[in-house]
Design a protein around this ligand. Structure first.
Ligand SMILES: [Cu+2]
Length: 156
């Protein structure tokens, strides 16, 4: 009788510690519309991890681009530069935010322009939570950034 209980308890513990139960939530995924001829696009979101174990976003892919890279912005002597990083760490009971001017997904070699109002599907792969699908809403061109075209900045 006693051993049967311990088997039950053991399997319950195993079940609750299973990586399959690790979960992350993707909040407000969005991407910027692209200018004509643009080859790359930025994607943003908040990754929330309610679990007690830290997780890590290790890869991302989308049918609309050749690949999806993880970028961060670094202040290099007053000049903001982008740098590729291998992964994003999502702390336990915490969140990791991707936003303009900070960490962002970079859609490389996009196959078509991103148009405002459409959705871009992205498959995210986490070390523990596994694959998570997200639909990125395409927002306005140059949202929360200076206008891309010089002519737009010099309207009289
Ligand atoms: Cu970038």
């Amino acid at each position: 009788m006693k051993s049967r209980y311990s088997i039950l308890i053991f399997s319950l513990l195993f079940f609750f510690s299973s990586p399959l139960l690790a979960q992350v939530a993707i909040e407000k995924p969005w991407a910027r519309a692209t200018a004509p001829g643009a080859k790359v696009a930025g994607g943003y979101m908040v990754i929330r991890n309610p679990g007690a174990v830290a997780d890590r976003l290790v890869s991302a892919a989308s049918p609309v681009s050749a690949k999806v890279e993880f970028h961060v912005h670094m202040n290099d002597n007053g000049v903001m530069r982008m740098r590729e990083v291998p992964a994003y760490d999502v702390p336990a009971k915490g969140a990791f935010e991707l936003k303009p001017g900070g960490a962002h997904l970079m859609f490389m070699d996009i196959k078509r322009p991103f148009k405002e109002g459409e959705k871009v599907p992205v498959k995210l792969k986490f070390e523990k939570a596994g694959e998570v699908n997200a639909e990125f809403d395409v927002g306005r061109l140059g949202e929360s950034a200076p206008p891309a075209a010089p002519s737009a900045a010099h309207k009289h």
